[in-house]
Write a protein that binds this ligand. Structure first.
Ligand code: SF4
Length: 353
């Protein structure tokens, strides 16, 4: 698949309407095309049977309907599915589908690699290649949806895969627009969560998109430790990051920040760390998600034992925080937090799902 033609999935409804109009097609035809792609899951232009032949010919000759090819799906013992996807220019990315009793959450990537180089993260170890386009973000949803049964749907989207979403805010904003568009996927904004390592200037513009959820990768309670784990902390240290959240009027108890805290043995898992958290998060509507480290070859960190994880969580809870100790999902297929590395890019051409 070569990226020589525009992809229909790179366009918002308004942008596609404007483009069609310029080319002499009525704007409402754009609505029909997007409805075929997103609401009905049809990418073959030949099957879009309410379009005139002239438009179908134009779409077939000038446009691509797909931005990603699915190369492999790995299924974890716990039902988590990891998708290895190939972009039109041959880059490899991953998305992870996490089925639960009442919902199916898809974790999507926003960059090929990541420039932020968090020391515990397999994606960070890859370095950075480029931002994903809107279409490449949207196609992760479409490619994942194809493996679900007709009765199932993707109910929640988390922008927590490869890359820092706020370094690709224009494409993320467009993708959220398409996900929530009533005529495409019609997702409720509260079912969408965007994670950041703490890119302070971009947080307000993100929250202004709509009532989506914000997640912040915290991972440490002192600047010394966070500088090591999340090098972005040297630009936006804890007092700057947390101070900006404390004074952010768009956050509320109904719309709290989800702080992600990956527990690493001997690094950030002490009871002193747990006891420092309430003071650090004071004044910020928040929920704390504690996640034991998922070991992988690109980082030297290990998870603490269960007793340490429990004691850490209990200490934070008794101090008044809303806290959840998360279970690892998909760790056996390297699909858990911090493990996404699209390692087998070289095998892309030989592996078919
Ligand atoms: S944790 Fe997130 S921000 Fe940090 S390197 Fe990994 S993908 Fe990038």
């Amino acid at each position: 698949m070569k990226a020589t033609r525009p992809s229909l999935k790179d366009f918002s409804r308004d942008a596609l309407r404007a483009d069609f109009k310029e080319r002499g097609f009525p704007a409402y035809r754009a609505d029909q095309v997007l409805s075929w792609i997103y609401a009905q899951g049809v990418e073959s232009v030949a099957e879009m049977n309410n379009l005139p032949t002239s438009l179908r010919t134009h779409l077939e000759e000038e446009w691509d309907t797909s931005s990603l090819s699915r190369r492999r799906v790995e299924v974890s013992q716990d039902g988590t599915q990891k998708f290895l996807l190939e972009t039109r220019d041959g880059a490899a990315i991953e998305a992870v589908l996490i089925p639960e009793e009442r919902r199916n959450t898809l974790c999507v990537s926003t960059q090929v690699g990541c420039p932020l180089a968090c020391s515990f993260c397999a994606t960070g170890a890859l370095g950075f290649t480029r931002n994903l386009t809107t279409g490449e973000i949207m196609d992760q949803v479409i490619r994942a949806r194809e493996v679900l049964s007709e009765e199932s749907a993707i109910t929640n989207i988390v922008f927590m895969g490869m890359g820092e979403p706020l370094l690709n805010l224009p494409a993320v904003t467009e993708a959220i627009g398409l996900l929530t568009d009533p005529k495409t996927l019609a997702m409720a904004p509260r079912r969408i969560t965007v994670s950041t390592a703490g890119l302070v200037p971009q947080i307000k513009p993100l929250l202004e998109i709509g009532p989506i959820n914000l997640a912040v990768s915290l991972h440490a309670t002192t600047d010394t430790v966070r500088d090591e784990l999340v090098p972005l902390n040297r630009r936006f240290p804890l007092d700057v990051l947390l101070g900006s959240l404390r004074s952010e009027p768009l956050l509320s108890r109904k719309r709290p920040v989800f702080f992600e805290y990956t527990l690493m043995r001997g690094v950030n898992d002490s009871l002193e760390d747990a006891a420092r958290l309430p003071e650090l998060l004071k004044g910020i509507p928040s929920k704390l998600n504690v996640i034991p480290m998922n070991a992988h070859p690109d980082a030297e960190y290990e998870p603490p034992d269960q007793a340490t994880c429990d004691a850490f969580t209990q200490t934070a809870y008794r101090a008044g925080l809303r806290v959840t100790l998360r279970r690892n999902r998909g760790a056996d297929i390297d699909a858990a937090c911090g493990q996404l590395a699209a390692r087998d890019k070289t095998a892309l051409s030989s592996v078919i799902s």
